[in-house]
Design a protein around this ligand. Structure first.
Ligand code: D0W
Ligand code: ZN
Length: 526
């Protein structure tokens, strides 16, 4: 237990971080508030209109097209339309936002040189960029195997004049507006299509699940571990479905801590799909963290670091989405326990979790370089596509002009929500999963573990959550895993059977692994 003086010093240091409020100049504070509001409003009201005058929103309309269409032209229309609608007009706002956020960072007592440095300071280490780069380098061999395999499948689907088997993939073909998760292409990539699929959506619909029952099912997993149940106010005050009274709401899911020990809420527009079943676990993970640390001094009511907060719900979802668990709760009618089912399951997880890694990594690489002044406004878009091609192996399907501002097409950029936390969560959630599976007495491969009803695992997780940010995050990590360092090993171990299979498939197809980076710049960047 840290001594009283250290703890007081830690509390006071955290008290002094006052963020944007450090901007003494009242006029600048108002300017920042206005430019943030303008950026968020543009994104949340953005629409793309057809010739016949019908206008589509991002959610659910454009997201649904990106998820379900296999028409190259239609996907391009949605992809380009969204960027035209929310990109160019955001650029001036974003320039001002960067200047003011940097001034606020410098004004803070810790006089960080820029906003990116202030955001990194939450991880209490001076080598965060080195740590995440090391982790990315360990994981990119997995990503390039999946990328080559999916590129081959898209080649089969769209043909040689659309897909270059040695180059980056056109960014609008991955089943997602940002190519950040490829789960909607699972039917193209599934190793054994004849084996029953593990997509829970049909079962949720056929069994008449509504949003509330999905939430209650998720809560039951948390309480089966001995974790804290959702309070009465949570059920009264949360918004779990898009209102049908025409009220305009921000549908991007979110969890809220009102810092009063009794009011905790989720706001989301739930669809009855497997994707939203996982989102519910993700958001409820935030609420569980709030509940576990609600009696700490308010300055400690945060994640050990922001990546911890993002990992809680996802760790539980790793158990929930196993074929074994889905069968146990009646969401998978037959459980065929063989290597084909295993590979199908691992491919489904990889199309979400491995596909995400480069995107989770590059978002703040771009933003940190912008805040640091290494990327000037005239280079915003060029730098964005350099990173997108270098890390994700995707390219713009149509030439980008200096007028474009594609980063503004991703929620977290106009709303100023940091993103490296999701890359860090992608690593931590497998370290936690491995440790909790061991605690639950699981034996056998990591990807077959389900910690359901293990109060031993739940106690270990809960005890870590209770720490909030009262201790440096290596202490919290050690409390669960016994190690003080982030490690990519558990993630690699989880997916090993699939990596071996992908390497074999890519070899048999004679495919090039990786992409010729300058292939992307051949699209004139006028
Ligand atoms: C008051 C406040 O801001 N509260 C915070 C929580 C807190 O800080 O206490 C909060 O609610 N943030 C919203 C954000 C929403 C989501 C998101 O933005 N996800 C990322 C990355 C990702 C992608 C796939 C995935 O499986 C997991 C993550 C994306 O969609 O790109 C949307 C769907 C899932 C999570 C969230 O919950 O993290
Ligand atoms: Zn989250």
């Amino acid at each position: 237990m840290t001594n009283f003086a250290d703890d007081t010093k830690r509390q006071i240091q955290k008290l002094f971080y006052i963020g944007d409020a450090a901007l003494e100049d009242q006029q600048k504070l108002e300017q920042l508030a206005n430019v943030k509001a303008s950026l968020e409003t543009r994104y949340s009201t953005g629409k793309v209109c057809r010739e016949d005058g019908e206008c589509l929103s991002l959610e659910p309309d454009l997201v649904r097209i990106m998820a379900t269409s296999r028409d190259y032209g239609e996907l391009l229309w949605a992809w380009q339309g969204w960027r035209d609608a929310v990109g160019p007009s955001a650029k001036e706002d974003y320039k001002l936002y960067v200047e003011l956020k940097n001034e606020a960072a410098v004004a803070n007592v810790s006089d960080q040189p820029d906003c990116g440095a202030y955001w990194r300071s939450w991880y209490e280490t001076d080598d965060l960029q080195d740590q995440v780069e090391r982790l990315y380098n360990e994981l990119s061999p997995l990503y390039v195997q999946l990328h080559a395999f999916v590129r081959r499948k898209l080649f089969n689907e769209y043909g040689p004049d659309k897909i270059d088997l040695r180059g980056p993939i056109p960014a609008h073909l991955l089943g997602n507006m940002w190519a950040q998760s490829w789960g909607n292409l699972l039917d193209l990539a599934i190793p054994y299509p004849d084996v029953p699929s593990i997509d829970v959506t049909p079962s949720l619909v056929s069994q008449g699940y509504d949003a509330l029952r999905m939430f209650k099912t998720s809560e039951e997993f948390f309480t089966s571990l001995g974790l804290i149940e959702m309070p009465e106010e949570f059920w009264e005050k949360s918004m779990i479905e898009k209102p049908d009274d025409g009220r305009e709401v921000v549908c991007h899911a979110s969890a809220w801590d009102f810092y009063n020990g009794i009011d905790f809420r989720i706001k989301q527009c739930t669809d009855i799909t497997g994707f939203y079943f996982e989102v519910i676990h993700h958001e409820m993970g935030h609420i569980e963290y709030y509940l576990q640390y609600k009696d700490l001094p308010v300055v400690y009511r945060r994640g050990a670091n922001p990546g911890f907060h993002e990992a809680v719900g996802d760790v539980l979802a790793l158990s929930v989405t196993t074929p074994k668990h889905l069968h146990a709760v009646g969401l998978l009618d037959e459980l065929v326990d063989d290597s084909k089912t295993d590979l199908n399951y691992l491919m489904a997880k990889a199309m979400d979790k491995i596909a995400f890694l480069p995107f989770g990594y590059l978002m703040d690489q771009w933003r940190w370089s912008v805040f640091a002044g290494d990327t000037l406004p005239e280079d915003y878009n060029t730098k964005w596509w350099e990173l997108r091609t270098k890390y994700q192996g995707v390219k713009p399907p149509v030439p980008r002009t200096a007028n474009d501002f594609d980063p503004a097409a991703k929620y977290h950029i106009p709303s100023g929500v940091p993103y490296i936390r999701y890359f860090i969560s992608s690593i931590l959630q497998y370290q936690f999963h491995e440790a909790l599976c061991r605690e639950s007495g699981h034996e056998g491969p990591l990807h077959k573990c389900d910690i359901y009803r293990s109060t031993a695992a739940g106690t270990k997780l809960g005890d870590m959550l209770k720490l909030g940010s009262s201790k440096p995050w290596p202490d919290a990590l050690e409390a669960i895993t016994g190690s003080r360092d982030m490690s990519a090993k558990p993630l690699i171990q989880f997916f090993q059977p699939l990596i071996d299979w992908l390497e074999e498939q890519n070899r048999m197809n004679g495919d090039v692994i990786g992409w010729d980076e300058n292939a992307a710049t051949m699209a004139p960047m006028t």
